[in-house]
Design a protein around this ligand. Structure first.
Ligand SMILES: [Zn+2]
Length: 146
């Protein structure tokens, strides 16, 4: 059975870290372009992954006649459907982030307005909160139990 976790594209690392020039301002045209490329490549990778899963499911569906095989297969399918659902949500989030870049509204914390930072954005290109606000939000989440 193929390991679906291993080829998960939920984290994108296939890029060269951006080195700002001396005195370069935060979210310069070059930086916006850098992050747009990361997001576009990441989206491309995710779409290919969704295609592969679809194809794999269609191929497999025809190959099982035995009911116990089918049960195993259904489990496998529901796992793949969940993965695809996550990927689809991620693609939507990437699209929204690309819109932010196009509006030059990218890279600042939604909550407090501070610069999120190039390294944090490279680790999490769809981040909309700075590390402090994110940590705070996670603590609140745990407290309310959502
Ligand atoms: Zn913040």
């Amino acid at each position: 059975m193929p390991n679906t976790e291993a080829k998960s594209a939920e984290k994108f690392t296939n890029f060269t870290p951006y080195e700002p020039a001396k005195g370069e301002e935060y979210m310069s045209a070059g930086q916006l372009e850098h992050f747009k490329q990361i997001l576009l490549n990441w989206k491309q990778e995710l779409m290919e992954e969704v295609d592969r899963t679809m194809h794999h499911m269609q191929e497999d569906a025809a190959n099982y006649a035995d009911p116990s095989d089918r049960a195993t297969q259904e489990e496998e399918f529901s796992l793949e459907l969940r993965t695809r659902d996550r990927e689809r949500k991620l693609i939507k989030k990437i699209d929204q982030t690309i819109e932010l870049i196009d509006r030059e509204d990218y890279g600042y914390c939604d909550s407090c307005g501070v610069e999120i930072g190039i390294r944090r954005l490279e680790a999490r290109p769809t981040a909309t909160l700075c590390i402090d606000c994110k940590t705070l939000a996670e603590i609140k989440e745990k407290q309310t139990g959502i």
